[in-house]
Design a binder for this molecule. Sequence first.
Ligand code: FES
Length: 245
Amino acid sequence: MSVRRLHAEQPESFAFSKDSEKLVKFWLGKYPKGREASAVIPLLWIAQKQEGWVSEPAIRHVADRLGMPHIRVLEVATFYTQFNLAPAGEHLIQVCGTTPCWLRGAGELKKVCESRIGPKGQVSADGKFSWVEVECLGACANAPMVQISNRHGDDYYEDLTAESLNAILDVLARGETPAPGPQSDRKTSEPAGEAVTLTDKSLYDGSRAKPVKLPHAASPAAEAAPVKKARPSAKKAPAKKGGGE
Ligand code: FES
């Protein structure tokens, strides 16, 4: 895991907006008095949704609000990679670069981001986009994929190609919301291509099995040797009468 530091440039202050305050109150209401610190992750998340990232003043504000030492909230914010410690674009594109996505073309998706947005972590000139590479997001069956986060939510876009990612960025740039989920013609993570059905008898009747040559078999005849019948068990000795030895 890489070292995560606060951004070099920080705003003067932070305050929750009116809408964010409603969410803060909701989350604080979930925990008993004296346990307000339990709401640290939701409050940091609300701050991030409001600003697009978690600044140092936001960390202090959340800590003060929850009666926690600043260092404790800093630890949480720097531990979880889901918290952005640097300004992000209105839409943050998180490209999964872990093996299944990589093998299915994540490299092409990164090239699209580089050419349209700029280097990793940099906000585009119009402030609309930034992108980062992340580890597996748990949608490997629909690789390659990206998560796109903005004020309205965090959506997965799956079964991507360079072309479909470009189309999604076009829609976002127009201020519209592209439909999330697989960008191919399959539903969720159903098998791609021909349907596989478990009612196919050949899955169970052995007809698909390939003959196996056992390494110790002397000859094909030996392999096919019939199983010997079990020897009849020895007759039981008649039980002795009386208990004397
Ligand atoms: S490897 Fe990309 S979602 Fe799992």
